[in-house]
Design a protein around this ligand. Structure first.
Ligand SMILES: N[C@@H](CCC(=O)N[C@@H](CS)C(=O)NCC(=O)O)C(=O)O
Length: 255
């Protein structure tokens, strides 16, 4: 059971990246009243958004029920859980489990998100191909998957905390969902040596709340003329997109 806010929580997001979908997934799983303010990634460091988040990164929320504005998806998770998961559908009340949930959320925020993000950046978007940087972040992605694999394999439960899915499990989904693109590998290759992580991830992407979140993403991407992988419509593949970005970069350097 969750406590539903009377007025919708406003979620500011740009559709392509994974972080906003972490929050939408949580709101959908709890069945909370919310609305989306979708805008272009090109405007993330501009007004009006930087009045909401001076750091110019999505997601951010405004909750008119409490007057609270928050950014950083981990802080948003903690707030939503404390304020709106009174029935502990995806959290625990007990001291140990509360802190284990916090531990995994911190690990996701500091160990998964930034490293996966840098892996994707150096693999696809950085103007030069720097193999040592690609290797460093890809190795770190593998290491993070390995940490979770070891923990899940050793546990009787299929979840990180206690014996049910919690927000701590859910927080990992949006970045893991992008791994095939980030690593440029098939899903079988991504999950090689990590059967427990694979099963854990697949259980969550099969949830109606995740499926609804991805339907919303598809609609908002379409509204902005973007294909599912973030490539603008009219450009065939991510490879072609990378080539166009590289040419644009080179032209700007030449100026
Ligand atoms: N630690 C932040 C990361 C947020 C983040 O990096 N979001 C990306 C989109 S997925 C973004 O807004 N990037 C804009 C930029 O890098 O300028 C969080 O978890 O909320």
């Amino acid at each position: 059971m969750s406590t539903n806010p009377a007025k919708p929580i406003r979620v500011w997001l740009t559709p392509p990246g994974p972080n906003p979908w972490k929050v939408i997934f949580l709101l959908e799983e709890l069945g909370l009243n919310y609305e989306i303010e979708s805008f272009s990634y090109a405007d993330v460091k501009k007004k009006p958004f930087i009045d909401v988040n001076p750091n110019g990164r999505v997601p951010a929320i405004e909750d008119p029920n409490t007057g609270i504005t928050l950014w950083e998806s981990g802080a948003i998770y903690q707030y939503i859980i404390e304020q709106y998961d009174a029935g502990h559908h995806i959290s625990y009340e007990s001291l140990k489990e509360r802190h284990l949930g916090s531990q995994w959320l911190h690990f996701q925020m500091s160990g998964q998100g930034p490293y996966y993000g840098q892996a994707g950046w150096f693999q696809h978007l950085h103007a030069e191909k720097i193999q040592s940087a690609i290797d460093r972040y890809m190795n770190e992605v593998r290491r993070v998957i390995g940490v979770i694999e070891g923990v899940l394999a050793a546990k009787e439960s299929q979840w990180l905390v206690g014996d049910k899915m919690t927000y701590a499990d859910m927080a990992f989904v949006p970045w893991n969902f992008r791994l095939s693109e980030v690593m440029n590998l098939s899903w079988d290759e991504v999950w090689e040596g990590a059967p427990h992580v694979r099963a854990w991830h697949e259980r969550m992407v099969d949830l109606p709340s995740w499926k609804r979140s991805m339907e919303i993403r598809a609609r908002l991407m379409d509204e902005q003329g973007l294909q599912w992988n973030g490539v603008p419509k009219g450009i065939e593949s991510f490879d072609d997109y990378e080539k166009q970005l590289a040419a644009k970069n080179a032209a700007e350097k030449g100026q």
